[in-house]
Design a protein around this ligand. Sequence first.
Ligand code: TPP
Length: 331
Amino acid sequence: MSAAVTLPLSPAEARRVLYQLTLARVFEERVLKLVSDGSIRGTTHPYVGQEAVAVGACLALRPDDLVISTHRGHGHLLAKGGDPKRLMAELFGKATGYGGGKGGTQHMADFAIGHLGSNGITGGGIPIGTGAALSAQMRGSGQVVAVFFGDGATNQGTFHESLNLAALWRLPAVYVCENNLYAMSTPHHEACAIEHIADRAAAYGMPGVRADGMDVLAVAAAMRPAVERARAGRGPTLIECKTYRFLGHSKSDQRVYRSREEEATWRDRDPIARLRAAVLEQALVSSAELDAIARDAVAVVDEAVTFAQSSPFPELQDVTAGVFSDDPCAS
Ligand SMILES: Cc1ncc(C[n+]2csc(CCOP(=O)(O)OP(=O)(O)O)c2C)c(N)n1
């Protein structure tokens, strides 16, 4: 396994971070099973392998800070403190889900915890997150917005327009690119002439930072000064997290565009295995506690599945409820 994560953490923090990483992993693996057996209909974009980015980024945020997510968004929602039951129920299309069962995997939000929504449009969340940062600035709320997106999204106009305005207006945003090397089957080097997306920051006049997206603490360490800078009114930062999705783009992807050797190299950098090894080596958490963390995550996901299965489908009369706002000016 490649080099260990950069501790220190207190034992309690180590347990919390490991739990969050494990919960995201167990949740996604269960979703894939449920998709395979037909319990969950439609597609899903698994986050397995990328957990350190969401968890590391959220570690650097305050509870009232905001995040905006992508089509690969279950991990972001859970890391921001989302409810696994409502998330699972949404995937089952049930009335108790985040979107009342009508949005599904790519259309979930939880404003109460500062999650502004996932988005099925590649790059679609970037201007929305930028607008939220403008709102935070105008309201003087002191909130920072973490905007998540993939490497493919950085070739969209929305990325360039948003980062330009955010830098110009010194908006309190942190742009977190999850560079997992592929946009569906297109490798980054076939879509972009430069190797490091972080280098694009120079074009807008903001700092560009590269982070090991397979190391939760490296992500948090890159985020902290960026969040501080944003909160102090000094403007946005672009953070490129080098990461990898262990599985296909979506459930039907046979991964013919990449080698099993490449996958094995990245699996060797599994963010959960690395943190587990590091905390054991420093005797921060015992192996019995690690087992308990894994059991807790499985129990929470079991409970979420039971909740989703036993929840009702939405009523026909509610088909348009939540589609339009009755009060467009509501905050
Ligand atoms: C505007 C738009 N174009 C194309 C698509 C189809 N699409 C869905 S996901 C995806 C790849 C996105 O890649 P990236 O931004 O790198 O995110 P990742 O899937 O790697 O997390 C594409 C092209 C889309 N959803 N929206």
